[in-house]
Design a protein around this ligand. Structure first.
Ligand SMILES: [Zn+2]
Length: 94
């Protein structure tokens, strides 16, 4: 799932409307590693948590933030999806 389907009213103005499934924060991170994170976006949540590795304490703190956001918002993905994406991101770096 992408940001587009998870768009909340809060971010509606900045989201592309149907033309692209790339979220602005993901797009920005391609040019600047320390970029933005859009918590309604699975890829951004994964990047946020993965950015804390190999510091597992920091990573689990980030994961807690993501989980809290997921619990509060009706998102199209769950904590398990984030965990899986993080695993893939961290493995890719090795
Ligand atoms: Zn994103």
């Amino acid at each position: 799932m992408t940001c587009e389907s998870a768009t909340s009213s809060l971010f509606a103005k900045t989201e592309p409307s149907g033309a692209s499934d790339v979220c602005p924060a993901c797009e920005a991170s391609k040019f600047k590693p320390s970029g933005l994170y859009h918590l309604d976006c699975l890829a951004c949540c994964a990047r946020l948590v993965a950015s804390a590795y190999p510091n597992r304490r920091a990573a689990s703190a980030m994961m807690a933030v993501v989980k809290r956001h997921i619990a509060r918002s009706a998102l199209t993905f769950g904590p398990a999806d984030v965990t899986e994406s993080v695993r893939q991101l961290v493995e890719k770096r090795r």
